[in-house]
Write a protein that binds this ligand. Structure first.
Ligand code: COA
Ligand code: AMP
Length: 631
């Protein structure tokens, strides 16, 4: 790797094929790649088309073979259950090979889908790796989703097996996963052959005879299964994420490109090497968890911390510093919202004083836009580089960032840094022409996308083309708006679609509108993301009642909040609904959501010339000024 960001990036631009083939040498292949990219395959081309490998072998077996068997691979730190444990690479190999054996004995093979619905326990990572070992395709569903969302994912993925746990633990409550899984399986027309369930001591669940089995017993009884050789272009996982409609998109990830990109990024981006401890304080249900709790650190031979806790309240706002100090974390990666939560409770960082953070070298942030105040606060407090990097579920690793392995360039608070090798990022106008430096446009990445990015959507090439490739021919449309300045820094400011970002969680306002519209008293509705000082954004529902309904607003709001929680889940964080007489629309009937959002945030806005009746905005403004009457 040449020194410096500019030289590294220039090297990629001059010879992308050579750059990625060199990066591929960090991976063990059963059939090494003869060429990096074939533009003729797939939707926009495929990476490492003739190569073969197993990513689980690369994440575990090869490190044991190289003498790292006694090094911790995973450290589990769970203040919510009062437990800590360590799993060496040798122990991780044994547990993963046995779970793979148990799954193979139940008929799981190459290409079969397996849904994983588990909390932040080491078994969640073991489950993912065991699927990879068999060449099966995992689909992890985040625990904060409701049964209906889990059912939708089961219906789409058609898993042969479901791997789950009796419960998760949230502050003050036990989240009973198994009843949610039972409800989802009752809702879905697809019936998996069986379920392996991890019984947690916090709450043990009933197992349905003939369908459910105890995961630990099945693993103990199973013979270890070897790694199965697969094509680099074979799918590794499907991760469902919010699109603009209620139907989630199944983002597909391949094996070879992902292995190369993640392994490469561990050194280039995070500056981590084998033996280092990395902690990504996210959840295995999100892409960040897939890439940097599980696959990235293990591919690089690092130790990865799995944390079942919160930034505050478990037990206090010093929790992150405790974990860093206790486990010798070198790089911490989290979402800005977690820092805002810490900053709110401990603005002066008094709780930092008791901990030895001498081994912590950098803090990375992603998942949502980081407000400059929070980035600068963290930098002052930690006296370490704070790197904001921009990502999406679709891309699997960062689009832009700052690169410790090449030597950091000066940071600009509020910017997501500069493009990672593999990406040419442009801000485009509506006609697809690049706007001038510093001007806002739609952020797009020139095709092809680099290794690690989604080659397509699961069983939905046409939807992939339509959602990402058709707006700006020759480009992938990120759905984010922002600018590229004269020095090449990229500034990501907002979404161009109806996706909102709540506490680093990507949510579809369209999906919430579908739920509100299903309430018998609601004639029409709009959900917009309004500013929230902790979570970045929070959803606000505006509903118009059907004629003749005279239910008190507070009663209806309570019902709507409960309905969203039941249909989408607590993760939607939908807490507020207001009744309005009418919604502002264009003359062609389109609800003016962007205007509503600005109105709710108290921002200045131009009354759109296409609005059918501007008085509506004044009416809604007045409603939002009022405090809601109590039920
Ligand atoms: N299983 C079940 N429920 C979950 C859950 C899970 N895995 N994760 C969150 N929830 C629930 C929460 O308990 C909460 O429920 P409540 O309405 O009963 O309080 C709800 O979903 C909303 O959660 P969240 O938006 O996360 O808010 P919070 O108040 O629990 O916590 C923060 C606020 C800032 C501490 C928290 O959002 C956080 O740590 N965020 C980091 C985000 C992150 O890691 N993003 C990944 C991208 S990098
Ligand atoms: P997800 O697919 O859940 O990772 O969400 C991706 C979206 O989160 C992006 O399209 C952005 O809107 C937002 N996002 C993620 N990281 C950043 C960042 N560093 N800066 C600004 N927005 C971000």
């Amino acid at each position: 790797m040449p020194d410096g960001y500019d030289a590294t990036y220039a090297q990629w631009r001059q010879d992308p094929e050579g750059y990625w083939l060199r990066a591929a040498s960090g991976i063990d292949w059963s059939t090494p790649p003869g060429r990096a990219f074939d533009p003729a395959q797939g939707v926009y081309g495929r990476w490492f088309p003739e190569a073969r490998l197993n990513i689980c072998h690369n994440a575990i077996d090869r490190h044991v073979a190289a003498g790292r068997g006694d090094q911790p691979a995973l450290i589990w730190d769970s203040p919510l259950s009062g437990t800590q444990s360590r799993l060496t690479y040798a122990a991780l190999l044994d547990r993963t090979a046995r779970l793979a054996g148990a799954m193979a004995a139940r008929g799981v093979g190459v290409g079969d889908r397996v849904v994983i619905y588990m909390p932040m326990v080491p078994e969640a990572a073991i489950a993912m790796l065991a699927c990879a070992r068999l060449g099966a395709v995992h689909s992890v569903v985040f625990g904060g989703f409701a049964a209906a969302e889990l059912a939708a994912r089961i219906t789409d993925a058609e898993p042969k097996l479901v791997l789950s746990a009796s419960c998760g633990i949230e502050p003050g409550r036990v989240v009973k996963y198994k009843p949610l899984l039972d409800a989802a399986l009752a809702l879905s027309p697809h019936h998996p052959a069986g379920c392996l369930v991890l019984q947690r001591e916090t709450w043990r669940c009933a197992l349905q005879p003939g369908r459910d089995e105890d995961m630990a017993e099945a693993m103990d009884a199973a013979a270890p299964h070897p790694c199965v050789d697969v094509a680099a272009t074979d799918p590794l996982y499907i991760l469902y994420t919010s699109g603009t409609t209620g139907k989630p998109k199944g983002i597909l990830r391949d094996c070879g490109g992902y292995a190369v990109a993640l392994h490469h990024s561990m050194g280039l981006l995070y500056g981590l090497r084998a033996g280092d401890v990395s902690w990504t304080a996210s959840d295995v249900g999100w892409v960040v968890g897939h890439s940097y709790i599980v696959y990235g650190p293990l591919l690089a031979g690092c130790t990865s911390v799995i944390y079942e806790g919160k930034p505050v309240g478990t037990p206090d706002a010093g929790a992150f510093w405790r974990v860093c100090a206790e486990h010798g974390v070198k790089v911490l990666f989290t979402a800005p919202t977690a820092l805002r939560a810490i900053k709110k409770e401990d603005p002066e960082g008094k709780l930092l004083a008791g901990y030895d953070l001498s081994r912590l070298e950098a803090l990375f942030l992603a998942g949502e836009r980081c407000d400059p105040d929070t980035a600068l606060w963290a930098e002052r407090l930690l006296q370490r580089p704070v790197v904001d990097h921009w990502w999406q579920t679709e891309t699997g690793w960062c689009i832009t960032g700052n690169f410790r392995g090449a030597g950091l360039f000066p940071m600009r608070a509020g910017s997501g840094g500069k493009p990672a090798p593999g990406h040419v990022v442009e801000a485009l106008d509506e006609a697809g022409r690049p706007v001038a430096p510093g001007q806002t446009g739609s952020l797009a990445i020139r095709l092809p996308l680099p290794p690690g990015c989604a080659p397509t959507l699961y069983r939905a090439d046409a939807r992939f083309r339509e959602a990402y490739l058709e707006t700006f021919p020759g480009h992938y449309n990120t759905g984010d708006a922002g600018m590229v300045d004269a020095e090449g820094y990229v500034w990501v400011m907002s979404r161009t679609d109806d996706i909102i970002n709540v506490a680093g969680h990507r949510l579809s306002t369209g999906a919430m509108e579908e739920v509100l519209a299903a309430h018998p008293d609601v004639a029409e509705c709009a959900v917009v993301g309004v500013k929230d000082s902790l979570k970045g954004q929070a959803p606000l529902g505006l509903v118009v009642l059907k004629a003749g309904v005279d239910k008190p607003e507070a009663v209806l709001a309570k019902e709507l909040v409960a309905l969203v929680r039941e249909r989408i889940g607590p993760v939607a964080a939908f807490k507020e609904a207001r009744v309005v007489a009418r919604l502002p629309k264009t003359r062609s009937g389109k609800i003016l959501r962007a205007t509503l959002r600005k109105l709710a945030d108290g921002e200045d806005f131009m009354v759109p010339p296409t609005i059918d009746d501007p008085v509506i905005l004044e009416e809604i403004g007045a409603v939002l000024q009022e405090t809601r009457p109590l039920a």
